[in-house]
Design a protein around this ligand. Structure first.
Ligand SMILES: [Zn+2]
Length: 430
């Protein structure tokens, strides 16, 4: 078995973050884990350790920053959505020591990385424990408070479940066995045998698998899933400890990071509730993904900066967004393309403008109203497809027309973000 490449993906639903991709030789690999076998004998997730993840494909919003490596290796594509320049970012810099650590790990560890990252992610779907947040639990209270705030803000009580993702789940026998029960054909006994084997042979001998934030780097929203054992997962949001940790090491406050990511994923839950009406059939094109991501950015910014939402000012929010939008999404032909960082920052600024304009009324727009403003702004300002008077005419109520009028007054400011005319410091100081 040859290790061919280390590809890095990230966040928001992709299986196999930082997936170690292995090319299998024709030489047969043992398929049954047994005491004394070396880890290198097993290809990733093969044989009795194989996991079935197909069940997850339909229920997730395509929201993965899988192009992370392209950001590092700057591999500009020439088709799909028109590319714009991408460069290594503060997030990539903060992540680099952990990627280096993994690259320097043993061959066996690198070969097992994909399986362990998959186990870590899959456990977040079926984790029955009272959730905690942050590896040390320091974000647990804040997570509960922010979730209640979002429930109230968007009028979605008791709908969404919020789970953490923790590196130390990989040392938890019950956790790994639960993944095999729900995502493979393993019997109860075999699920525990796999768990014991993996912990003893892969996790405990490895420093990386006990500590690396790369194994808790997910952030995603999902809906309507049922595992093969019939367990209903429902509307779920997952936020990994490692993601918050790395964002923090790159310079953004942990609470702002957590609220920002949760606000963005919550927006995807709103979209799940309205998907057909807002977007028609799900087609997973770069263009549809770009629209849903830009809208999630606008909705999260609206929540983050609204006085009855998270109450952060624009500067704090913009510092978060700058990093969040630069988690390496440079894959312009990818299905999961999220929009360029400039487009995403412009969408966030639109969310802030809407919050400013609806705040004096002490008012929170409904999701539908906010969506209508997003579409009007997307078509006229971000994509320049129709003029603002045509976009205005499509809005149904005097209130929405009034708010959109305020957006149009700031069109030049939004365009200066879109075109890259303003640098990030100038944007934060707007
Ligand atoms: Zn997203």
């Amino acid at each position: 078995m040859k290790l061919q490449s280390l590809t890095i993906g990230l966040l928001c639903s992709g299986l196999g973050l930082i997936a170690v991709s292995c090319n299998k030789d024709d030489a047969a690999s043992p398929t049954t884990p047994q005491a004394g076998a070396t880890a290198a004998n097993f290809t990733v997730g093969e044989g009795d350790l194989q996991l079935e993840t197909g069940v997850l494909a339909d229920g997730r919003i395509k929201c993965t920053y899988e192009a992370f490596t392209q950001a590092i290796f700057a591999d500009a594509a020439t088709t799909g959505v028109a590319p714009s320049p991408c460069a290594p970012t503060a997030f990539n810099t903060a992540l680099a020591p952990y990627v280096t650590e993994l690259n320097r790990a043993t061959l066996a560890e690198r070969q097992n990385y994909s399986l362990l990252s998959q186990l870590s992610q899959l456990y977040t779907y079926v984790d029955p424990a009272t959730p905690y947040f942050g590896a040390d639990g320091s974000l647990t209270d804040f997570a509960a408070k922010t979730k209640r705030s979002l429930e109230s803000f968007w009028n979605m009580p008791n709908e969404v479940t919020l789970h953490g993702q923790h590196v130390n789940s990989l040392q938890n026998r019950e956790a790994i066995a639960a993944v095999y029960r729900n995502f493979s054909t393993a019997s109860e006994q075999a699920a525990y045998a796999n768990a014991d084997f993996i912990i003893a042979n892969y996790v405990l001998p490895s420093t990386v698998f006990k500590t690396s934030p790369l194994l808790a780097l997910d952030g995603f929203a999902t809906t309507g899933l049922t595992t093969r054992t019939g367990k209903v997962v429902g509307d779920l949001i997952v936020i990994g400890d490692g993601l918050v940790q790395v964002m923090n090491e790159a310079g953004v406050n942990k609470q702002v990071t957590f609220a920002g990511i949760l606000g963005h994923e919550w927006a995807h839950q709103i979209q799940f509730n309205n998907y057909e009406a807002w977007y028609g059939p799900r087609v997973n094109t770069a263009e549809q993904t770009r629209m849903t991501e830009l809208e999630a950015d606008l909705l999260s910014s609206y929540y983050l900066t609204h006085k009855r939402g998270a109450t952060y000012n624009w500067k704090s929010s913009a510092e978060f967004f700058k990093l969040f939008f630069n988690i390496g999404d440079c894959s312009f032909i990818s299905e999961g393309h999220h929009g360029t960082p400039n487009q995403r920052m412009a969408a966030s600024r639109l969310g802030w403008i809407i919050a400013q304009e609806t705040m004096p009324m002490g008012h929170i727009l409904t999701a539908q109203e906010t969506h209508d403003l997003f579409i009007a702004s997307l078509q006229s300002i971000i994509d320049n497809k129709i003029d603002s008077s045509a976009a205005m005419a499509n809005l149904k109520t005097p209130q929405l027309k009034a708010v959109f009028g305020k957006i149009v007054e700031r069109e030049r400011e939004v365009k200066s973000i879109l075109t890259g005319q303003l640098n990030s410091t100038a944007i934060e100081n707007l």
